[in-house]
Ligand binder design. Structure first.
Ligand SMILES: Cc1cc2nc3c(=O)[nH]c(=O)nc-3n(C[C@H](O)[C@H](O)[C@H](O)COP(=O)(O)OP(=O)(O)OC[C@H]3O[C@@H](n4cnc5c(N)ncnc54)[C@H](O)[C@@H]3O)c2cc1C
Length: 432
């Protein structure tokens, strides 16, 4: 079980920063070095890539601007959700039977990969494969969820339908009309998971450098040269794993995604009665609102609520009170609810709602754009990217590489996101 610790860290304050297992040493890159593969960014994507690279026999070096888990990976809701936003049948319709089914298998299996890594490397991160519930906030949404449930059930996934009563038993009330549970999903303490991945990679020989922002990336003979403030690295191959924190390192890459600040609040540990009434089996839940509610308990009985989003951090901070109101609505019996934490971090949205793998140049790849669902999928993407760099004969999955397409009118994304969210909230309010 995790304890509160206050070790010195560059992380912004959050529930996870306060309760994570301690960070291991990740000194800055100092001087000139060499690697088979350089990985830029130490979130789930980069750390999973590094771990799978060293397991595959490559010499991997991770360069992280701050510290492992500093980005979204150390700040998310810790909901391990299998699959993508689109349903299996939609994925197959889009990518064709062969590639589509492979993508369904890889994304559906992404949560299993998380729990398998946790078990195999003994990662202490409160990992529980107790299921992800998707709950219908209107009767109309039940139809969509039924189709989704049947789609996965038809592919032998470990899923079950939850009638309103059955869901009410897990929720403590009957506010949702029903839903389904995907038992492949579950929860983790995400910062502990990120630190555990970093440690597992280090143990197998990866070098992980914190405080090492990559400031430039250039061709150097047949390989690449990466420069940080105190050193440089020459590598045959490079993986960029910077997601919502993507900067100008590679021209145009940042403009392929829309970075949005996503928000979380957490209560103080709930009393025994309340703890036992809402998702006490360790399940994590998202609902079907356009601006969705997603919540769970942590290992100490705190209720964690997420949702909303803003293109600016100042806008994200304004959402905290709205999330606290949601928690009060979920716990109407409580005369007073104490809140301990509120925090935010950047996710990366894509226009087609799919994660993107780009082959930017020979020997240079990027994986990003998890649309707020990256705990499982970024871990899987890391493995996919490692397979590419290793040139594995039988990769876990041939994720189709897409061209870098900077979004038109990217500079206006703030206005677009704000307007869309406001409209979605209005529609949600009407329907509820
Ligand atoms: C508040 C919040 C709640 C969320 N909830 C969930 C959830 O419950 N379930 C779920 O599945 N997903 C959730 N997500 C999304 C999920 O956290 C992300 O999709 C996932 O963590 C992305 O991982 P990543 O490794 O690709 O990127 P990140 O974890 O963001 O890591 C990118 C790293 O790159 C580094 N970097 C950037 N530029 C450079 C550079 N030039 N040089 C070196 N390093 C650099 C950054 O410092 C950062 O550490 C949530 C996200 C947020 C913010």
């Amino acid at each position: 079980m995790t304890q509160v610790n206050h070790a010195a860290s560059t992380l912004p304050p959050s529930l996870w920063a306060a309760t994570a297992t301690p960070a291991h040493d990740t000194p800055p890159l100092d001087g000139d070095g060499r690697a088979d593969v350089a990985v830029v960014g130490a979130g789930f994507t980069g750390l999973s890539a590094a771990l799978h690279l060293v397991e595959g026999g490559a010499d991997a070096v991770v360069l992280e601007a701050a510290e492992p888990g500093w980005g979204a990976s150390g700040r998310n809701g810790g909901q391990v959700i299998p699959g993508l936003k689109e349903d299996p049948r939609e994925i197959v319709a889009r990518f064709g039977p062969e590639k589509g089914e492979a993508m369904v298998r890889a994304s559906g299996g992404a949560a299993d990969l998380v729990f398998e890594l946790i078990a195999r490397h003994g990662i202490d991160c409160d990992g529980l494969q107790t299921g992800w519930i998707q709950a219908a906030h209107t009767k109309a949404m039940l139809v969509d969820l039924q189709k989704r449930h049947q789609d996965w059930a038809g592919r032998a996934a470990d899923v079950a339908w939850l009638e309103q009563d059955a869901l009410a038993q897990r929720m403590g009330d009957g506010r949702y009309h029903g839903g389904w549970i995907d038992k492949r999903g579950g929860g983790v303490q995400p910062l502990s998971y990120a630190r555990g991945l970093a440690r597992a990679a280090q143990k197998q020989g990866a070098r992980v450098h914190g405080s090492s922002p990559v400031q430039s990336l250039h061709r150097d003979g047949t390989g690449w040269r990466l420069a940080t403030p105190r050193g440089s690295l020459t590598a045959d191959k490079v993986i960029i794993a910077t997601n919502g924190y993507t900067d100008g390192l590679w021209p145009g890459l940042a403009r392929t995604v829309v970075p949005v600040y996503s928000v979380q609040v957490a209560t103080a540990p709930l009393g025994e009665n309340m703890r036992g009434s809402i998702l006490s089996g360790g399940e994590v839940l998202s609902d079907t609102r356009r601006v969705l509610w997603y919540f769970r308990q942590d290992a100490h009985g705190r209720l964690i609520m997420g949702g909303g989003g803003s293109t600016y951090e100042s806008g994200a901070v304004k959402i905290y009170e709205g999330l606290r109101q949601r928690v009060r609505q979920l716990l109407p019996e409580a005369t007073e609810v104490d809140f301990e934490f509120a925090w935010n971090g950047r996710v990366a949205l894509t226009i087609d709602h799919y994660p993107h793998l780009h082959e930017l140049a020979p020997g240079l790849w990027a994986g990003l754009g998890y649309n707020g669902r990256g705990v499982a999928m970024a871990t899987m993407m890391g493995k996919v990217l490692a397979d590419r760099a290793l040139d594995t004969a039988q990769p876990v999955f041939e994720f189709p590489a897409s061209p870098v397409r900077p979004l038109p009118l990217h500079a206006l994304r703030g206005v677009a996101v704000t307007a869309t969210r406001a409209y979605y909230r209005f529609r949600d309010a009407l329907e509820s």
